[in-house]
Design a protein around this ligand. Structure first.
Ligand code: ZN
Ligand code: ZN
Ligand code: ZN
Length: 425
């Protein structure tokens, strides 16, 4: 009986556990990802968006994930070396097979691009792998692009040809839907109905008939979408393009969770004769009581008072207050660097800028209608072409042409080394 109960509990525990590690801060914020490093001073976690380091005293708990696939991925990535291109393909294969719990498409794209770029002999396998993976996710155009790249190295390979032919009909259907959207959107633009045109333009996708857009319209569909977006006043932000930062409520500051905004060390009681703040100061916020909001990338000046008539100032950006202060102050003894002059107080000036994040509805595009109207005659030309394609009066091939054996965009930053949770050059 006891044994059964134990097993049930164990199963429940496993099924409830996610694959991600979890760091819970004392202020209630929770981050999921892979814990890269954990010691007495700090905890470092890699989330989907960024690698973050927290001071140990900010952290309430660290929960390790039951599944080790993410940790294993970090290990495998960290061992990669551009001198051994085949290893990149091996990690890609692992990630689509045994390590599928740690699958992520941007990493897979990068691995396949690096393998293909460094060794043309690996290109076929890498591009086929990425193509199949994209196809499984329903991303037909990306899959076709990969197969087209694979075809460059093995033009006569029957598997590539069969896969591309199979994709063709689906691609036709996709393209037709996009082109119908696009034709309707262009028609609305010509009628000056920008607000109705905008969502259709965004849905049509930048790839719809993109090669003809430049030639006939003088700009890409993306450029037209951006131009029209500037002419539409977003209802969410009233055209400002930005919204109040959700993390700090627009204040650009967050109250220090260690001292609850008092700026003083926990349990410190005044009374002793003191000349500076080295005994009393909160070591997290340096006595300021609040920290700049990292989410909206706030900045401000910090004033340091040594008891002189003139106060010294440093400029700090969110998350780097300590670095800014360290240029001026010995943060262990709280004295002016290279002197014995004690810091009397540290004071944060009002933040600027900060408190704003790009509006999600309009993707941060401000209402600033260009003085000249859109080039309607050119848009008309492009629309006629698109309509002809939809009607089938003009032939076009939906299978993309490849000019390189890898996707240059996947390694545009040139980073091939993976260290401490980040891709580096
Ligand atoms: Zn903020
Ligand atoms: Zn504090
Ligand atoms: Zn907006």
């Amino acid at each position: 009986m006891l044994r059964t109960l134990f097993l049930t509990t164990l199963c429940l525990a496993f099924s409830a556990a996610s694959f991600a590690d979890k760091v819970v801060l004392k202020d209630g914020r929770t981050y999921e990802g892979v814990v890269l490093d954990e010691n007495d001073a700090s905890v470092k976690i890699k989330t989907a968006k960024a690698t973050l380091t927290f001071q140990r005293d900010q952290v309430a708990s660290v929960e390790r994930a039951a599944g080790g696939a993410l940790q294993e991925r970090e290990k495998r990535l960290a061992a990669l070396d551009p001198a051994k291109p085949a290893d990149y393909l091996a990690v890609a294969e692992w990630m689509t097979g045994k390590g599928k719990e740690a699958y992520d498409l941007p990493t897979l794209r990068r691995l396949c691009a690096i393998a293909s770029k460094l060794d043309a002999n690996l290109s076929f396998d890498a591009q086929m792998l990425l193509g199949k993976s994209s196809e499984a996710l329903g991303m037909r155009r990306e899959a076709a692009m990969c197969y087209a790249r694979a075809k460059l190295s093995k033009p006569a390979n029957p598997e590539v040809r069969v896969r591309l032919d199979d994709l063709r009909q689906g691609l036709f259907d996709d393209a037709r839907k996009e082109m119908e959207q696009l034709a309707a959107a262009l028609d609305l633009v010509i009628q000056d109905r920008f607000e109705e045109a905008l969502p259709k333009l965004q849905k049509a996708g930048a790839l719809a008939k993109s090669e003809d857009a430049q030639r006939l319209m003088g700009m890409s569909v993306e450029e037209l979408t951006r131009d029209i977006a500037k002419r539409v006043k977003c209802r969410t932000c009233e055209g400002a393009g930005e919204a109040s930062c959700p993390a700090c409520g627009g204040k650009a500051l967050q109250t220090c969770s260690v001292c609850d905004g008092t700026g003083a060390k926990k349990g410190f009681s005044a009374g002793k004769e003191e000349s500076g703040i080295s005994n009393s100061v909160c070591r997290t916020c340096f006595g300021i009581g609040d920290l700049l909001c990292v989410k909206c990338k706030a900045e401000r000046d910090i004033e340091i008072d040594y008891g002189y008539s003139v106060k010294r100032k440093v400029h700090a950006t969110a998350g780097h207050e300590a670095d800014a202060l360290r240029a001026e102050v010995d943060l262990i003894k709280y004295v002016l660097k290279g002197s014995t002059r004690c810091v009397v107080s540290i004071h944060g000036l009002p933040p600027c800028p900060g408190g704003k994040t790009p509006c999600g509805t309009c993707q941060g595009i401000k209402y600033e209608p260009p003085r000249t109207p859109p080039p309607k005659d050119k848009i008309q030309l492009f629309m006629v072409e698109v309509v002809d394609c939809v009607k089938g009066q003009k032939a076009y091939d939906v299978v993309p042409a490849a000019s390189t054996m890898y996707d240059p965009a996947a390694i545009a930053d040139g980073c091939m080394l993976y260290r401490n949770g980040k891709w580096l050059k």
